[in-house]
Design a protein around this ligand. Structure first.
Ligand code: HEM
Length: 285
């Protein structure tokens, strides 16, 4: 510490300051690419409120990317019968989903007037066109070839989505894993066409019922897997509902920028159960 009255200058104190001297860009920059990341914000209007709309959307895209990574890790681990690795990835994803959902906060109280200040500048742009969100939905079993159509003009994105459409979903891998563990998952479910939307099956409901029955008040390896997936399902459902309520507040029943009926369309999407049999089986335990 200096004895002078001058302001304390950390750069003068070699014992306490981090390294300041780098040849090129900093190792932080090389790793994080913060300079790239913080120059990707190009609002389309002059409205000062648009920045947080844009950045929240970008932040959510980043969380989608992490969560897709976790679920792909979990699916791969299940394929290799490595339950601990799968559970660890699913658990990480639930904390990430909570952060994702918390990022609705800045957009949860928009008035129609505030949203109108930049809404027309968005043109036909809509989160409906998010390819990373679509991969999330595909991993949950919500497959649909028509969701590739908007991405025809973007070869890399289209190729990634095409691959994701053809691969078994996370839930497909879960059911195959349960079958290898001796659960009576029907062959029609195990051999289903992975490019099609997953349809709930009574025999799969019975499998989950059996797993929860066996666990009783305690837990088993398989019931812990069921609970991890239930948590994921609940948090995805919460994201959809938070999105729905934010939309209702910001634009009422107007048509969406993506061309849908807006709130009415989102209500239908939000009503769907993620991993449906995990919810219905509970009535029979
Ligand atoms: C308050 C601001 C928002 C409003 C008013 C809004 C409105 C809408 C509407 C009306 C739709 C239906 C499709 C359409 O016609 O456009 C939609 C879909 C969607 N939005 Fe938003 N949105 C908002 C914020 C966000 C944010 C921040 C994200 C983050 C990426 C997002 C992601 C999505 C996704 C992924 C869909 C497709 C959902 C699905 O396929 O089920 N939205 N949004």
């Amino acid at each position: 510490m200096s004895h002078h009255h001058d302001a304390y200058d950390p750069a003068q104190d070699e014992t306490e300051t981090p390294n300041l001297d780098f040849q090129g860009t900093t190792p932080y920059e090389d790793y994080v690419q913060a300079d790239v990341l913080t120059h990707l914000q190009h609002p389309l209007s002059d409205d000062p409120g648009e920045m947080v709309f844009l950045v929240t959307t970008q932040v959510m895209e980043l969380w989608f990317t992490v969560i897709v990574h976790e679920w792909e890790t979990a699916a791969r681990a299940l394929r290799a019968d490595d339950l601990p690795t799968a559970l660890a990835a699913l658990r990480r994803s639930t904390y990430e989903l909570e952060s994702l959902n918390a990022s609705w906060k800045p957009l949860a109280h928009l008035t129609p007037g505030q949203f109108n200040s930049y809404r027309s500048a968005l043109g036909e742009g809509s989160g409906f066109q998010s390819a990373m969100y679509r991969r999330l939905e595909f991993l949950l079993g919500e497959k649909s070839a028509s969701m590739l159509v908007p991405h025809r003009g973007a070869p890399r994105v289209h190729a990634e989505l095409e691959k994701a459409l053809a691969e078994p979903s996370l839930y497909d891998e879960v059911l195959r894993f349960l079958a290898r563990r001796g659960c009576p998952v029907p062959a029609t479910v195990l051999d289903r066409d992975p490019t099609q939307r997953y349809q709930p099956d009574p025999a799969v409901e019975a499998v989950w019922q059996g797993i929860y029955q066996e666990a009783g008040a305690g837990d088993t390896e398989l019931s812990r897997l069921g609970e991890a997936l239930t948590e994921v399902g609940e948090l995805v459902w919460r994201w959809r509902n938070d999105h729905l309520v934010a939309t209702r507040r910001a634009m009422g029943a107007k048509t969406g920028t993506g061309g849908s009926a807006g709130v009415a369309w989102l209500e239908k999407r939000a009503a769907k159960n993620v991993f449906p049999e995990l919810w219905t089986a509970r009535s029979h335990v």
